[in-house]
Design a protein around this ligand. Structure first.
Ligand SMILES: Nc1ncnc2c1ncn2[C@@H]1O[C@H](COP(=O)(O)OP(=O)(O)OP(=O)(O)O)[C@@H](O)[C@H]1O
Ligand SMILES: [Mg+2]
Length: 488
C-alpha cells in the first residue's frame, strides 16, 4: 500500500476514534472545519504521518484523551515509536512515525537550492537547512547577529548539520578564495571525526583545531582579532561614526563540534574561559559561533547559569534521549519525539523579529561532494602565536575608559535587556568586574547606546516613556537620558 493510502486509513480510523464515546466521555468534541470546510487534514511527512484537526477550546482535552496506546490501535502500519497528539498552534496534531524503511531521510542540499554561483545570492549569510513536511525550504539569514547551538544524541545528525552550515558559509569565498569575505574557523572536540572532512574549505583561517593546544591557539587568534575589531570600531565610535564590527572586515564563522569535550565543568580552564568570552563578546565584532554537542547539560559552558547560553538565538534540537536534555535546548520536551538522522526542531529569530519554531528534515551534502570541494589552502598553515593579520594600517585605538571586553559585555548585556545586577554578574563572570555604581552605570549606559546604534535605531519615541533607540527610560527632559537621542 502507498503511504498516501495508509495515511487515508489512519485518518479515517482516527475520525471514528474521536467520535466514539469511549474517547469523548460525557461531552462530544465539536470540531471546527478549516477555510475549505475540511475537518481532518492529513500529510505524508518525510518521517511521520500527520493528521491535524481543531477542537477549539477543547483542544487540550482532546490531546489528553488521545493517549499513545489509543492512537496506536488506529495506525495501520508497524509504528516504530509511540505515536502522540500535541497542540500545534490552533490545531491538534496527531503524529505517527513511518516504519523505518518508509522514512525518507534523503534531502540533499542540491534538492533545496541550486547552488551554482550566480543563481542564488550566496553571500555567506544564508543557510538553507532543509525541508518542512509541507515541502517548503527552511532558510536562515544570519546577516543579523546569530549564534546557533545544535544539541542531539549520537547519530542524530549534529555533525552532518554543522558540515552543511560551514559549507554554506564558505560558498561566498569560492569566486575569489584569496580574498575571502567570510572567514571560517573549525574546531572539533572529537578528534576530527565530525568536521574533519571539511578541512580545506575556502576561507578557512587555520587548520581544523582538534587537540587542546590547537583549540587554545585558534581561540587566542580569535581573541586578538576580536579585540582589534573592538578597538577599531570604538575608535570610530569615539569619532562619532559608528559602524561597529563589520567595517570592511570579513565576518568570522566559528563552527565547533562537540565543544563540551573541553568546556563541560571547565575541563580545560583556558578553553572554557576563551570560549565563553568570545561567544559573549564576539557577535558585535562580527564573530558568530555554531556549536554542536551530544551532551547537553547546565555545565556545558563551564558552570551553570552563566550568560553564554543566553547568547544563542538559534536553538536547533535533534533527537535527544531525555526530556531534561530537550528542555536545555528548547524549553520543552519535544526533541524526545524526534527520529534522528536529520529530523530537526529549530527555534530561530528571523530578521523581521519574528520566531521560526518548526520541524524539518535536515539537508545533507554527500561526502563525495565535500571531498571534491575542500581542496583549498588555509590562510595560515599553522595558527599564529603573534599578531592577528591586517593590523598594519589600522588607525590604532583612541583612549578608552573601559577595556574592550568590558564594552563587549556591556553591549551584550544591553542586547539581553539585563539590568544592573545581572550586568554586574556578567562582568564578574568574565573576571572584569567594576567596583562602584557610578562607573558601572556609565559603562552600562554606553553599552546600551552602542547596542542601539548597532541595531539601527536612531530616534527616540516619547509617547511610551521609553527610548526607541536604546530602551532606556526617559528622564525629565525631552531627550533620552541614556543616548541623548531626540524625540521621534
Ligand atoms: N540530514 C540527514 N539526512 C540523512 N541522513 C542523515 C542526516 N543527518 C545525519 N544523517 C545520518 O545519520 C548518521 C549520523 O550522522 P552524524 O554523524 O551527523 O550524527 P552525530 O549526531 O554527529 O553523531 P555523533 O554523536 O556520533 O557524532 C550518519 O550515518 C548520517 O548519514
Ligand atoms: Mg558527530
Amino acid at each position: 500500500m502507498s503511504k498516501a493510502s495508509l495515511l487515508q486509513t489512519f485518518n479515517t480510523q482516527l475520525e471514528t476514534l474521536i467520535k466514539s464515546k469511549d474517547i469523548y466521555g460525557s461531552r462530544k468534541f465539536r470540531l471546527i472545519p478549516d477555510s475549505q470546510g475540511v475537518y481532518f487534514r492529513g500529510r505524508v511527512g518525510f518521517r511521520v504521518a500527520r493528521v491535524k484537526c481543531n477542537a477549539g477550546l477543547d483542544n487540550e482535552r482532546l490531546v489528553n484523551v488521545l493517549t499513545p496506546s489509543k492512537i496506536i490501535q488506529k495506525v495501520p502500519w508497524d509504528c516504530p515509536r509511540p505515536p502522540h497528539a500535541r497542540i500545534d498552534g490552533r490545531m491538534v496534531s496527531i503524529e505517527a512515525a513511518w516504519e523505518s524503511d518508509m522514512q525518507d531521510t534523503d534531502v540533499k542540499l542540491s534538492d533545496v537550492i541550486n547552488i551554482k554561483p550566480g543563481l542564488t545570492p550566496l553571500d555567506g549569510s544564508r543557510l538553507f537547512l532543509g525541508f518542512t513536511d509541507a515541502r517548503t525550504a527552511v532558510t536562515l539569514h544570519t546577516k543579523q547577529f546569530a549564534h546557533g547551538i545544535v544539541g542531539g544524541n549520537t547519530n542524530s545528525g549534529k555533525s552532518t548539520l554543522l558540515r552543511l552550515i560551514a559549507y554554506l558559509f564558505s560558498l561566498s569565498n569560492v569566486a575569489d578564495p584569496k580574498h575571502p569575505t567570510t572567514l571560517i574557523v573549525l574546531l572539533d572536540g572529537k578528534m576530527g571525526q565530525g568536521l574533519g572532512i571539511l578541512n580545506g574549505l575556502p576561507g578557512q583561517v587555520g587548520p581544523m583545531a582538534v587537540t587542546e593546544e590547537e583549540w587554545i591557539a585558534a581561540l587566542q587568534w580569535l581573541d586578538k582579532e576580536v579585540t582589534r575589531r573592538y578597538e577599531l570600531a570604538l575608535s570610530s565610535y569615539m569619532g562619532k561614526s559608528l559602524e561597529f564590527g563589520t567595517v570592511d572586515l570579513p565576518r568570522i564563522k566559528v563552527v565547533a563540534d562537540e565543544f563540551q569535550n573541553y568546556t563541560e565543568d571547565g575541563r580545560s580552564a583556558e578553553i572554557t574561559r576563551l570560549f565563553n568570552k568570545l561567544i559573549v563578546q564576539g557577535r558585535a565584532a562580527g564573530v558568530e559561533f555554531w556549536c554542536g554537542t551530544h551532551k547537553l547539560s547546565l555545565k556545558m559552558f563551564g558552570k551553570p547559569g552563566n550568560a553564554t547560553r543566553d547568547a544563542f538565538d538559534t536553538n536547533i534540537g535533534l533527537r535527544v534521549p531525555t526530556a531534561t536534555s530537550s528542555r536545555l535546548i528548547r524549553g520543552d520536551d519535544l526533541c524526545t519525539l524526534l527520529l534522528g538522522k536529520g529530523d530537526t526542531l529549530m527555534q530561530a529569530l528571523l530578521p523581521n523579529g519574528s520566531m521560526f519554531d518548526g520541524r524539518f528534515q535536515g539537508a545533507y551534502i554527500p561526502e563525495q561532494v565535500l571531498v571534491e570541494y575542500t581542496r583549498h589552502p588555509f590562510l595560515f598553515d599553522r595558527w599564529p602565536t603573534v599578531d592577528a593579520p591586517g593590523r598594519e594600517g589600522s588607525r590604532g585605538p583612541r583612549k578608552m575608559r573601559y577595556t574592550p571586553l568590558q564594552y563587549a559585555i556591556a553591549i551584550e548585556s544591553a542586547r539581553l535587556g539585563f539590568g544592573r545586577n545581572r550586568f554586574r554578574a556578567m562582568l564578574e563572570d568574565q573576571h572584569v568586574g567594576i567596583s562602584g555604581n557610578v562607573p558601572l552605570d556609565r559603562l552600562m549606559d554606553e553599552g546600551r547606546l552602542i547596542h542601539a546604534r548597532l541595531t539601527g535605531f536612531d530616534y527616540c519615541q516619547t509617547e511610551t516613556g521609553q527610548c526607541g533607540a536604546c530602551g532606556g527610560v526617559f528622564g525629565d527632559g525631552e531627550f533620552c537620558q541614556y543616548c541623548g537621542g531626540p524625540p521621534a
